[in-house]
Design a protein around this ligand. Structure first.
Ligand SMILES: [Cu+2]
Length: 154
Protein backbone atom coordinates (compact mmCIF):
# COMPACT_ATOMS: atom_id res chain seq x y z
CA UNK A 1 0.00 0.00 0.00
CA UNK A 2 1.42 3.36 -0.97
CA UNK A 3 1.74 6.30 1.38
CA UNK A 4 -1.12 8.06 -0.43
CA UNK A 5 -3.65 5.29 -0.08
CA UNK A 6 -2.86 5.02 3.62
CA UNK A 7 -3.56 8.70 4.08
CA UNK A 8 -7.02 8.35 2.54
CA UNK A 9 -7.95 5.40 4.76
CA UNK A 10 -9.86 7.31 7.50
CA UNK A 11 -12.31 8.59 4.90
CA UNK A 12 -13.03 5.04 3.75
CA UNK A 13 -13.39 3.72 7.28
CA UNK A 14 -15.89 6.38 8.35
CA UNK A 15 -19.07 4.81 6.86
CA UNK A 16 -18.26 1.59 8.72
CA UNK A 17 -17.99 3.48 12.00
CA UNK A 18 -21.50 4.76 11.49
CA UNK A 19 -22.77 1.27 10.82
CA UNK A 20 -21.08 0.08 14.01
CA UNK A 21 -22.68 2.90 16.00
CA UNK A 22 -26.09 1.92 14.66
CA UNK A 23 -25.54 -1.68 15.72
CA UNK A 24 -24.39 -0.67 19.21
CA UNK A 25 -27.29 1.75 19.51
CA UNK A 26 -29.92 -0.92 18.97
CA UNK A 27 -28.56 -3.23 21.67
CA UNK A 28 -29.31 -0.96 24.65
CA UNK A 29 -32.42 -0.49 26.77
CA UNK A 30 -33.36 2.43 24.59
CA UNK A 31 -32.64 1.97 20.93
CA UNK A 32 -31.21 4.69 18.72
CA UNK A 33 -34.67 4.99 17.18
CA UNK A 34 -36.11 6.04 20.57
CA UNK A 35 -33.52 8.68 21.34
CA UNK A 36 -32.90 10.91 18.38
CA UNK A 37 -30.17 13.52 18.20
CA UNK A 38 -30.51 16.04 15.39
CA UNK A 39 -28.65 19.11 14.16
CA UNK A 40 -25.60 18.25 16.24
CA UNK A 41 -23.08 21.03 15.72
CA UNK A 42 -20.17 22.65 17.49
CA UNK A 43 -19.49 26.34 17.03
CA UNK A 44 -15.73 26.74 16.88
CA UNK A 45 -14.14 29.95 18.08
CA UNK A 46 -10.54 30.82 17.19
CA UNK A 47 -7.59 29.57 19.20
CA UNK A 48 -8.19 28.10 22.62
CA UNK A 49 -11.54 29.80 23.20
CA UNK A 50 -14.24 27.40 24.41
CA UNK A 51 -16.49 25.91 21.76
CA UNK A 52 -20.26 25.55 22.15
CA UNK A 53 -22.19 22.40 21.25
CA UNK A 54 -25.81 22.52 20.13
CA UNK A 55 -28.30 19.79 19.23
CA UNK A 56 -31.85 18.64 19.63
CA UNK A 57 -32.63 15.49 21.56
CA UNK A 58 -35.98 13.80 21.06
CA UNK A 59 -37.18 11.16 23.49
CA UNK A 60 -39.60 9.05 21.47
CA UNK A 61 -39.61 6.25 24.05
CA UNK A 62 -42.23 5.52 26.72
CA UNK A 63 -39.84 6.32 29.55
CA UNK A 64 -38.49 9.55 30.99
CA UNK A 65 -34.76 9.98 30.57
CA UNK A 66 -32.16 12.13 32.31
CA UNK A 67 -29.18 13.57 30.48
CA UNK A 68 -26.31 13.75 32.96
CA UNK A 69 -23.36 14.91 30.87
CA UNK A 70 -21.13 14.51 27.85
CA UNK A 71 -17.53 14.04 26.85
CA UNK A 72 -15.43 14.05 23.69
CA UNK A 73 -12.03 12.75 22.72
CA UNK A 74 -11.39 16.13 21.02
CA UNK A 75 -11.78 18.11 24.27
CA UNK A 76 -10.33 17.71 27.76
CA UNK A 77 -13.36 19.22 29.42
CA UNK A 78 -17.04 19.12 28.43
CA UNK A 79 -19.82 20.49 30.64
CA UNK A 80 -23.50 21.29 30.23
CA UNK A 81 -24.41 24.95 30.67
CA UNK A 82 -27.50 27.07 30.55
CA UNK A 83 -27.54 30.75 29.69
CA UNK A 84 -29.48 32.88 32.13
CA UNK A 85 -30.58 36.40 31.43
CA UNK A 86 -30.80 38.52 34.54
CA UNK A 87 -31.62 42.22 34.19
CA UNK A 88 -30.37 42.20 30.63
CA UNK A 89 -27.06 40.57 31.53
CA UNK A 90 -26.42 37.10 30.15
CA UNK A 91 -24.34 34.66 32.15
CA UNK A 92 -23.78 30.92 32.15
CA UNK A 93 -24.57 28.44 34.87
CA UNK A 94 -23.52 24.80 35.05
CA UNK A 95 -26.25 22.28 34.47
CA UNK A 96 -25.84 19.06 36.45
CA UNK A 97 -28.59 17.13 34.70
CA UNK A 98 -31.58 17.58 32.51
CA UNK A 99 -34.82 15.59 32.59
CA UNK A 100 -36.54 14.73 29.35
CA UNK A 101 -40.03 13.27 29.69
CA UNK A 102 -41.32 10.58 27.34
CA UNK A 103 -42.31 12.05 24.01
CA UNK A 104 -40.57 15.36 24.69
CA UNK A 105 -37.89 17.17 22.77
CA UNK A 106 -35.05 19.17 24.21
CA UNK A 107 -33.12 21.87 22.44
CA UNK A 108 -29.56 22.94 23.06
CA UNK A 109 -29.38 26.22 21.13
CA UNK A 110 -27.60 29.59 21.08
CA UNK A 111 -28.82 31.73 23.98
CA UNK A 112 -30.00 28.68 25.95
CA UNK A 113 -28.62 25.30 26.91
CA UNK A 114 -25.28 24.38 25.40
CA UNK A 115 -22.36 22.06 25.78
CA UNK A 116 -19.25 23.96 26.79
CA UNK A 117 -16.25 22.29 25.21
CA UNK A 118 -12.83 23.30 26.51
CA UNK A 119 -9.18 22.21 26.35
CA UNK A 120 -8.89 20.94 22.78
CA UNK A 121 -6.82 17.81 22.52
CA UNK A 122 -6.11 18.36 18.82
CA UNK A 123 -6.41 21.02 16.14
CA UNK A 124 -10.00 21.38 14.92
CA UNK A 125 -11.29 22.99 11.74
CA UNK A 126 -14.69 23.98 10.45
CA UNK A 127 -16.23 21.03 8.63
CA UNK A 128 -14.66 18.42 10.93
CA UNK A 129 -16.81 15.67 12.39
CA UNK A 130 -16.29 15.59 16.14
CA UNK A 131 -17.35 12.63 18.25
CA UNK A 132 -19.30 13.43 21.42
CA UNK A 133 -20.75 10.90 23.86
CA UNK A 134 -23.93 11.79 25.73
CA UNK A 135 -24.49 10.13 29.11
CA UNK A 136 -27.84 9.28 30.67
CA UNK A 137 -28.79 8.32 34.22
CA UNK A 138 -30.43 4.97 33.46
CA UNK A 139 -29.80 4.46 29.77
CA UNK A 140 -26.81 3.51 27.66
CA UNK A 141 -24.55 6.32 26.57
CA UNK A 142 -24.97 7.55 23.03
CA UNK A 143 -22.17 8.49 20.68
CA UNK A 144 -23.02 11.31 18.30
CA UNK A 145 -21.08 12.99 15.51
CA UNK A 146 -21.13 16.78 15.78
CA UNK A 147 -20.19 18.93 12.79
CA UNK A 148 -17.77 21.79 13.47
CA UNK A 149 -19.33 25.03 12.21
CA UNK A 150 -18.29 28.69 12.09
CA UNK A 151 -19.10 31.03 15.02
CA UNK A 152 -21.68 32.85 12.89
CA UNK A 153 -23.76 29.72 12.33
CA UNK A 154 -26.92 29.45 14.39
CU1 LIG B 1 -21.13 27.90 28.64
Amino acid sequence: MSRNSLASLPRLVRPWCWLLLLLIGTSGALSAAELKVNEARIRLLPGELPAAGYFTLANTSEADITLIGANSPAFGNVTMHRTVNQDGVASMKPLAQLELAAGEQLEFAPGGHHLMLMKRTRALAIGDDIEVTLFFANEPEQRVMFRAVSPTTQ
